[in-house]
Design a protein around this ligand. Structure first.
Ligand code: FES
Length: 138
């Protein structure tokens, strides 16, 4: 079996799909090579991510990793969400095939992009806090 049960579960039954209309931060990231796009919406209250939703126009692994990423950051502080690595998302899904690791980078960067937007809206320069948002290149 190429994909773990958890990946299949989050692909067939993704958590937190949709938009948050009054989101405090919205991020979008794409991968130019495969053409996949991920949009991430965050609701943030007192430094805590109270809600996270996503829309992914992309492959199954992109759907599964964005679903897992939203689950991992919900209820967490911004600091914790900033520490979320694509590796942590992959581990939480019990692994991904090597050719699909870049899809998890899309999820990681979508979270960072939404947090970056959050800081921008607060009038705070996001760059020193969030760092550069990088499009996955593989
Ligand atoms: Fe593009 Fe998975 S193939 S994100």
């Amino acid at each position: 079996m190429l994909y773990s049960e958890k990946v299949m579960d989050h692909f067939s039954n993704p958590r937190n799909v949709g938009e948050i209309e009054d989101a405090d931060g919205v991020g979008e990231i794409g991968n130019a090579k495969c053409g996949d796009i991920m949009k991430m919406y965050l609701k943030i209250d007192n430094g805590i991510i109270t809600d996270a939703k996503f829309k992914t126009f992309g492959c199954g692994a992109a759907v599964a990793t964005s679903s897992m990423a939203t689950e991992l950051i919900k209820g967490k502080s911004i600091d914790d969400a900033l520490k979320l690595t694509n590796q942590a998302v992959v581990e939480a899904l019990d692994g991904l095939p090597a050719v699909k690791i870049h899809c998890s980078v899309l999820a990681e960067q979508a979270v960072r992009s939404a947090l970056s937007d959050y800081y921008t809206r607060q009038g705070i320069d996001p760059l020193p806090i969030v760092g550069e948002i990088k499009e996955p290149e593989e």
